[in-house]
Design a protein around this ligand. Sequence first.
Ligand code: MOS
Length: 739
Amino acid sequence: MKTDQIGKATNRVDGRAKVTGEAKYAAEFNADNMAHGFVVSSAIARGKIKSIDTSKALALEGVLEVFTHENRPGYVWGDKNYKDQDAPPGSPFRPLYDSEIQFSMQPIALVVAETFELARYAAMLVEVEYERAEFDTDFEANMSEAYVPEKYKSTPPPDPRGKPDEAFEKAAVKVETTYAHPSEHHNPMEMHASTVVWGQDGKLTVYDKVQGVQNSQQYICGAFGMDKEDVHVLSPFVGGAFGSGLRPQYQLFLAVLAARELKRAVKVVLTRQQMFSFGHRPKTVQKFAVGAAADGTLQSVKHDAFAETSKFEDYSEDVIIWPGVLYKCDNMELSHKLVSLDVYTPLDMRAPGGTTGIFGLECAMDELAYEAGVDPLEFRLKNYSEKDQNQDKPFSSKELKACYQQGAEKFGWSKRNPEPRSMKEGHNLIGWGMAHGAWEAAQQEAAAKAVLQPDGKLTVSSATADIGTGTYTVMTQIAAETVGLPLEDVTFKLGDSSLPKSPLEGGSWTVSSVGSAVKAVCQKVREKLLKLAQQVADSPLAGASLDEVTFADGKIYLSGDAARSVSIAAALEQNGGKSIEEQVSNKPLEAQEKYAPYSHSATFVEVKVDEELGTVKVTRVVTAIAGGRIINPKTARSQILGGVVWGIGAATEEETVMDNNLGRFMNHDLDKYHVPVNADVHDIDVIFVEEKDDIVNQLGAKGLGEIGIVSVAPAIVNAVFHATGKRVKELPITLDKLL
Ligand code: MOS
């Protein structure tokens, strides 16, 4: 008599809607009299618009208006509250604010017409005269100007500990090395889009592709001086985001502007090329000086990161916290500097800071392990840390040793010959490499509402998002299990700014934050239900406390006594035909403050490198994850598979290349910006190790959105070294770097 929804591999509750096309995305909503906007992007990287001639576009029948900085209404950008929840310190970019060009492909006009095709054509007729200015887009050339930001977007660097210089000098083995991670752009299937429906009363209904509807709502209110009550933002489905929807993007601003001015519905969809015109993963160069005793015991870690930002915002990530999280060492010094360039501000992309920082760290440590002649896995065991030394706090739980053990066993790591170039198959060199990783298991305050109708149907809601990760499904599972209802009787609602307050859907914190709120609100429903069940005539539950009963299979049982129960339907009959309604705002557990909550991973990789062609094939990946309690093994596995695939892409394919003559990313399309396809992806084995954690949040689940990617690329780099004897220090490992 237990429904056991949590922990059960469950198909997506929204799966049918998704594969049948019933699920609607931001650009798929329509309204009567809808107009279409097309964005005109700047051709130069920096300077001014001397003149912008829209007459040819406006002369076309069916073109309604061309919005530029010249005709931007005065009420826009009136107050300073347009900062969104994910804005780094600085001054956010304001579309159509003035004639200033701050980055290549900056939106400079929106052409609005009766049809999309007409808007796109008319956009080509807009004539712009620029006054060009000098620009800096060359990262390497500007590294000497790198600075320490006054305020960090994320954690400020931990204080130095011990005597890193002295310890490095004395170390028996040492490595000084530099690793570079390129810029990358988010490429979700769904392009950024906003459909804005203007109501007669001036109220707006906005369908936005975003990871936080309330963030978009707040941004619109700030930018346009509107009241919250007049702006309703919806985002029921999101076709992938990876961080690109953490900040409202410029199509939202432009669509709202046009809808308000034209007093009709307007839709703006960015092109794939325009997807490369806002935030990206910042190029990050990391210098390491690491030293160990002859037996591989770490003595000193110095880690200096240099990362890209824009000229108008100081975007920074947690690149350098990882040595203190992942390795026991008394002597550490860490620094993070920014290189500001004439580009759009970088933006969180799956495991921001961890993807770059753990890549560099894990490759540098592999070098050190080789230098010391210690097996890479043994090296990590030897330097295993029981606490987060940055904060001097123990982990809330850490089953990384189980990850090593189970991952290594499944992979067959013990059969590895440590010698580089020791394994060969025809013209392929075979390499085995490993790395480990971590990600914060954060929890934010979140609210949820539950309504249990007299007919026994439960609806739970919160203004969070499902960016493809399975939020609808896991929240439904948590609610169903807590109230003891079958999955079919539970509906979860999200992606609506009028729902209870939720944090942005990011940081791998949605299950811990919103899931815990769902659990908490459903526990309140249980309390009510038990009271009602006790009012049933001759109730077998009379006098029982909540601890003494079990909610399962649509019934409330005396625990351990299947024969003595009251059905939830019977309990609801006692409620006078009314629904049970509860709402909570759930805070992180206080006990967390004394602990460092992190998820962990260990990844083992086999590569085959064609000796003649230099091509790298990632033939086998075993990744073991310690992510606390797994709510849904099926969606959880998919999350990790996605992370591994991205790790393969990061290691071997992905990079946005800056053309410093034009100040523009050259490969701004999917034919030149390469991501893995099926032919690049082979065996992937995902292991979830047992991990119990009562501190991390009310569910014991750590979140899996980001831990899947962090240790993959370095394991591949390390495997390529083992295969070839070549240490590629700049991603991606394209064939030219191996020949
Ligand atoms: Mo994630 S980069 O926090 O959407």
